[in-house]
Design a protein around this ligand. Structure first.
Ligand code: GLA
Length: 376
């Protein structure tokens, strides 16, 4: 791209991906989640280019594109919509963004359930906020990035990913109440265990549409329970008792979805308790329990993720495992004893290759800090 020849970036922003320990699909049900950012990130380099409206965006591994700030609309090229969506949302808040050039580079595997989307949205919003002195708060960046995902990408996501990407703190997970947005950092010390991610390298194309369907099924469950419990606004307010009382009025599918969310919310609080007591066996069991629900009740797993979780269960040095993120592939999160990490990675890769003929990717992650400006 032309602009790269004169590219002398004023600003570098690092925007991380995230893992979620537990609390899957609870965010858009106004419940609890327990995510943290990880070391894998997307790096943005930005400069003002002196024009009022022309921008050039180049992403390593993709074709770059140019845009006019006065004329922003949804693109046929998927990744461009993360950029366009953010610009569209920022334009509703301020007209202080002017022409800029930007390069994007990532070591965050795409479509792996580690939320490269939120890292894209939040990193760009964070960088533009700094470059043009927009005065947006961190929470405004989180919220506008979530809206960008709704309107330009088309996934009706909750707030977890964007929140984790921006607000995380090294060595901690965030207990976030997605209803009030109150949050608390929970230090995690899992020594002598490590967090090992296994990337199935599977990304099902139905993920976005199925995601939106899950959200609608949860809403249907709420509207049925509301008939006898007019005060409930979301599954966050629903109890097992309410669900059982309304069971006959709903399909088995809607019942299963609600059942999972009600339990999953409780599991988040149990997980916090387990971390605080440093009861790592309990941490592991909650992961296995959650995966069972993800797979059988919420039905957002896939044969590849199920295989890896079942494989983890055969290894006594693994305390627990589950698929993390929106689902239908991506990564499993495994708590593995440090003495067994290398063997576990190798054995899992061999077994996975034999069964699916896919080269597994395995890597360690650590709870890391959120989006930041980095010096260069
Ligand atoms: C995706 C969404 C999040 C959340 C998770 C599932 O990552 O972006 O908002 O719903 O799925 O927990």
């Amino acid at each position: 791209m032309q602009f790269l020849e004169n590219f002398t970036p004023e600003l570098t922003v690092a925007s991380p991906g995230r893992i979620n320990f537990i609390g899957e699909h609870t965010d858009y049900n106004m419940g609890y989640v327990l995510p943290t950012a990880i070391g894998n990130k997307i790096t943005f380099k930005l400069q003002k280019n002196g024009t009022d409206n022309f921008c050039n965006v180049y992403s390593v591994g993709y074709k770059g594109f140019s845009l006019d700030l006065r004329n922003i609309s949804i693109s046929d090229t998927e990744w461009e919509n993360y950029v366009l969506g953010v610009l569209n949302e920022i334009s509703k808040l301020t007209d202080s963004v002017k022409g800029f050039d930007c390069t994007i580079e990532s070591n965050l595997p795409l479509g792996s359930g580690l939320s490269s989307s939120a890292a894209m949205e939040c990193g760009l919003a964070y960088g533009l906020n700094e470059l043009f002195g927009l005065g947006l708060s961190k929470i405004a960046i989180v919220e506008l990035s979530q809206r960008a995902e709704h309107s330009y990408v088309g996934t009706q996501c909750g707030i977890m990913d964007q929140f984790a990407s921006v607000m995380s703190k090294e060595g901690n997970v965030i207990l976030l109440d997605c209803q009030s947005l109150e949050y608390q950092y929970i230090p995690i010390d899992i020594h002598p265990y490590k967090i090992i991610m296994l990337n199935t390298k599977v990304e099902h194309t139905l993920a976005s549409s199925e995601y939106n369907t899950r959200k609608l099924e949860c809403e249907e469950g709420v509207s049925i329970m509301k008939k006898s419990n007019p005060d409930i606004k979301s599954l966050r307010d629903a109890t097992r008792y309410m669900l059982e009382n309304s069971k006959n009025e709903m399909t088995q599918t809607v019942y299963n979805r609600c059942s999972f969310i009600i339990d999953e919310n409780k599991r988040v609080l149990k997980m916090v308790d387990a971390f605080q007591r440093k009861d790592l066996e309990a941490v592991g069991n909650l992961l296995y329990e959650a995966h069972q629900g993800i797979s059988k009740l919420y039905e957002v797993s896939c044969p590849e993720s199920d295989f890896l979780v079942d494989f983890a269960k055969t290894n006594a040095k693994v305390l627990g495992a589950r698929q993390t993120g929106g689902g239908f592939g991506g990564c499993t999160l495994n708590i593995v004893h440090e003495s067994a990490v290398e063997d576990f990675k190798r054995e899992a890769a061999d077994a996975y290759k034999k069964t699916f003929n896919i080269d597994l990717e395995a890597f360690e992650v650590r709870p890391s800090g959120g989006t930041k400006i980095v010096n260069f």
